[in-house]
Design a protein around this ligand. Sequence first.
Ligand code: 13P
Length: 255
Amino acid sequence: MPEHGRRPYISGNWKMAKTLSQARTHIEALLPLLPAGGGIEVGVCVPFTALEAVVSAAAGSDLRVCAQNMHQQDEGAYTGEVSAPMLVELGVTGVVLGHSERRLHFCETDRGLQEKVPAALAAGLQPILCVGETDEEREQGDMERRLRSQVQEALEKVPLERLAEVVIAYEPVWAIGTGKSATPEQAQEAISFVRALVGDRSRPAAEAVRVLYGGSVKAENAAELLGQPDVDGALVGGASLDPDGFAKIVAAAAP
Ligand code: 13P
């Protein structure tokens, strides 16, 4: 465990990839490649259709199985949506919220996330809240303003005593799926800023909260990014689809 006591966390985000049978095959290949001992928390965020199969394939291991979205209400007339209690009953233990692809293509808003993040916690799911600026915002010097509004709004209704349980993923939009990762210095700068924003509400929570980096993480650049003092792990898209590549990223997180 690093000195600050934050356990490294590496999670794959499969996005809209893998059918149920492909998901099962992937988990069977991945599990033997993961380090034993639990020093690193490892998760996979999988499509709804594969959740039950992945929970079952991962049974008896420490692999955390997460969804990629949820609705803030427990039930109701919301056609096509899935709620936290539905996920919990499947054995799911976490959920990605506010991914930039959901913000861009599916009208996810900071206001909506203000309901979703506490709803996930209340149901017993670990939220992975995604934040990050576009390249235009970065070029215009608006990165901090964007991160501030995303973090403050989404965490506003999280009870102080549960703040440290939220995982935040800093994912600059310009680095997602582009092959152009942030530099380790850029990741460190933005992530220490995100931590400071949490500190505006609670100093102890800021020390304890885990902030991950996401955006074109691969086996080749993982160690450098994860070596930064405030970078507590990674949310990995494309490179998590291959068990060997993903396992190499997990290995790079060893303290
Ligand atoms: P890539 O690793 O494919 O850039 O995706 C990052 C991401 O969006 C993870 O949530």
